[in-house]
Design a protein around this ligand. Structure first.
Ligand code: FMN
Length: 716
């Protein structure tokens, strides 16, 4: 059982730095060590108020309500429904566009059909044929006279769009950084990178400074399109590939062969299984009749997870590219894409392929302490941070999506199968957490994915079980490590390189703490299984050593409620997981990774926190563009981010440590106005914060937080 005394533990090693090399002051217990702004001697000597579970212990001087009222709030049921937030409900983009018949039609992107964000496009569309060219040198417009977009740049600048923004001093952040702007004339800072030149014949021409910034118009337009300027986005899959996928023109030979074999094998196994029930002597029948799969899995690149590699969780909507880039900058060593659905990937759908993009900072190797535990064959220089996650409900989708991903994505650490998503839409289809109750199917998925993924390792993310009264993770972990008893003898292990366990069931909501003692039990089990798997390896090594990942080691990560370096190292040292995956903690305080790296609490000032908001805005524009669409796409995801970021209670205001992720603060005032503003639960304040960097939200812009955050949320 894991120690609960997180604060009293001696200082842990920060990222593999031996204790002896750390600052002496770090040996103090965290509570003593921390210097908190505003914590006067007097305040620290007062008799502390009793700690109430679920309520952040804000110092009295910051509370905005009388103590009696605070007590009332303390009793209130504060429910933050993060299960809803976890859902695959990428916000819907509504983009008005002119159709060929001249009528305006709505184009929908993303998955969410419940939340609308209004429209945010220019009043009049500028044709692509002139969007990046000098005024007098338009490209050929393939629609000719039928094109109803504007071709007159002056008219567009005057009437077709909003006036330039004045944020960032009116200077285009992309142009400032790259000397070109991928949004061309549509950029909402275009005045900072355009010029009017006078020709000898007296005519004046509008030109973009930095030249024609888009090489091939039509490629990768819209959010995510960055033209020919390298803004550090990788894994951009050409439109032609998506098109071919949508027309079923991409041959997936490996998958086809494997699936053909699999269907025969399933038949065989079924017969064996039913016979075995009545006849003990037939129990070896499966291995006797078993036919080898058409090919063996290729040798995999080895992965590594350790105490120096804190992991950012896959986070639908929240875990977008700009956010991950921020986290990597703050010390995240491993990142995951948002969950993509297998079938839309196979159908070449743009929204799901867009989720597979990464920032170049995610393609660098994670930290690795060579003097730590030896990992056979691990080559850190070939490793990278970014992995993708998919959901699938049947083996053929999982297998084919895996083959497609490993073929078309050049930057891929691993492919993770989601076996934990609790959301109805996913669960009822038989994917996500439904797989926890279909272990045989899940095993076949992992085997198949491993068979077709070439060098890319396959991993799984699971929960403790579906229902609160039945934890199934232990059985499943055994199966993922070794395979079912029948299959392991003939097929070897399924080849799962790592398992992440979120210490909750599907049924459980986020209000109850993650069960780290169960995670610790599973970690002990994995350790045993790894030893067993090595024995198994000896027996099958000659025939099929590729089935075993990492030379026989399946990594095990714990996940749930990690909110500081203290939690992080406590779980590594006491639950004995290889690493800890961090979800909400990273959205609420992205500098949790910096805390882990430095091994200390960081009391970030409001202005420092605002720099993270600014970075998000900049990274958003770099990923999605600085035109009307890109800016408001950025705004939407910034607001999603702020819906969690605003939950941070500055530790300098707390009477006790450690802070707990599930604690909610009573109403309080920050140490300055900005700190108060950043803590606002009113989404209109979040819009105001977005406007500091992205300018005024357009008139049609709407934002609904994904979940009702709590009972004392301000009305909009
Ligand atoms: C907003 C949100 C989105 C999530 N999206 C995913 C997802 O796409 N795939 C997944 O496996 N888990 C997803 N999760 C679950 C997290 O990865 C993680 O397992 C869970 O939040 C528990 O970790 P935490 O307590 O550190 O937040 C999501 C959770 C949240 C709050």
């Amino acid at each position: 059982m894991e120690s609960q005394e997180t604060v009293k533990r001696p200082q842990e090693e920060a990222n593999g730095v031996p204790k002896a090399h750390q600052d002496d002051s770090n040996h103090e217990p965290a509570l003593k060590r921390m210097k908190l702004d505003g914590m006067s001697e007097d305040a620290s000597q007062k008799t502390p108020r009793a700690r109430v579970k679920g309520i952040a212990p804000i110092k009295e001087e910051y509370l905005t309500l009388a103590p009696g009222q605070v007590a009332k709030l303390g009793e209130a049921e504060v429910v933050v429904d993060d299960d809803d937030a976890e859902g695959r409900t990428a916000p819907e983009t509504t983009q008005e566009s002119s159709a060929k018949d001249g009528k305006r039609k709505k184009q929908k992107g993303g998955q969410n059909k419940e939340r609308a964000f209004g429209t945010f496009s220019d009043a009049q569309r500028l044709c692509n044929s002139v969007a990046w060219t000098p005024e007098f040198s338009p490209r050929h417009c393939k629609f000719g006279d039928r094109c109803n977009a504007l071709h007159d740049i002056r008219k567009y600048l005057k009437d077709g769009r909003r006036a330039d923004l004045t944020t960032f001093g009116g200077k285009c952040p992309l142009f400032e950084k790259y000397g070109k702007c991928p949004s061309g004339w549509r950029c909402l800072f275009v005045a900072s990178h355009m010029d009017e030149i006078k020709h000898d014949d007296g005519r004046t021409e509008l030109v973009l400074v930095g030249g024609d910034s888009k090489a091939a118009a039509g490629e990768e337009d819209g959010p995510g399109g960055a033209g020919d300027i390298n803004t550090g986005v990788v894994n951009m899959v050409p439109i032609a590939v998506k098109h071919d996928l949508s027309r079923k023109r991409v041959a997936l030979d490996k998958s086809d062969k494997y699936l053909d074999w699999l269907s025969k094998d399933i038949d065989l196994y079924r017969k064996h299984y039913h016979r075995q029930k009545d006849d003990e002597d037939e129990s070896k029948d499966y291995s006797a009749q078993y036919v080898e799969p058409p090919f063996k899995p290729s040798e995999k690149r080895r992965v590594y997870f350790g105490r120096e590699t804190p992991v950012l969780a896959p986070l639908t909507t929240q875990g977008n590219l700009p956010f991950r880039r921020l986290c990597v900058e703050l010390g995240a060593q491993v990142t995951y894409s948002e969950m993509a659905l297998g079938l839309p990937l196979l159908q070449g759908q743009k929204a799901d392929w867009t989720l597979m993009r990464a920032h170049e900072s995610e393609t660098t190797p994670p930290l690795f302490n060579p003097s730590g535990p030896v990992v056979q064959g691990y080559d850190n220089s070939k490793d990278l941070k970014f992995g993708v996650q998919i959901a699938a409900n049947v083996p053929w989708i999982a297998v084919k999506a895996t083959e497609t991903l490993s073929r078309f994505l050049p930057h891929l650490r691993l492919i993770d199968l989601n076996c934990g998503c609790p959301v109805d839409m996913v669960y009822k289809s038989g994917a996500g957490s439904a797989l926890l109750d279909s272990q045989s199917k899940l095993e076949r998925m992992i085997r198949g994915m491993n068979a077709v993924s070439e060098e890319v390792p396959i991993t799984a993310k699971i929960r403790m079980g579906v229902r609160d009264d039945k934890f199934t993770a232990q059985k499943l972990i055994e199966r993922l490590a070794l395979g079912s008893e029948d299959m392991r003898g003939v097929l070897g292990a399924p080849g799962c390189a790592a398992v992440t366990l979120h210490g909750r069931t599907r049924q459980q909501r986020y209000t109850r703490d993650a069960d780290w003692s169960y995670i610790a039990e599973c970690a002990a089990l994995v350790k045993n299984l790894n030893e067993k798997s090595n024995d198994l390896a000896d027996t099958i090594r000659e025939t099929d050593e590729n089935t075993l990942p990492n030379g026989g080691k399946m990594y095990f990560l714990g996940n749930g409620d990690c909110y500081s370096h203290v939690d992080y190292f406590n779980h590594i040292d006491n639950a004995k997981v290889d690493s800890v995956m961090i979800g909400r903690g990273a959205i609420i305080k992205p500098w949790i990774f910096e805390e882990i790296e430095k091994g200390q609490y960081l009391d970030k000032s409001a202005s420092e926190r605002l720099t993270y908001v600014e970075k998000f805005a900049r990274y958003g524009m770099e990923a999605w563009g600085s035109d009307e669409l890109g800016i408001n796409y950025t705004r939407r995801f910034l607001l999603e981010f702020l819906s969690f970021f605003s939950r941070y209670t500055p530790i300098g205001l707390l009477e006790y440590l450690p802070p707990a992720i599930n604690d909610r603060p009573p109403a309080y005032n920050g140490r300055d106005d900005l700190e108060t503003l950043l803590a606002s639960k009113n989404y209109q304040d979040w819009i105001k914060i977005s406007e500091m960097f992205l300018g005024p939200a357009p008139p049609g812009f709407k934002f609904q937080p994904k979940h009702k955050s709590n009972s004392y949320e301000a009305e909009g």
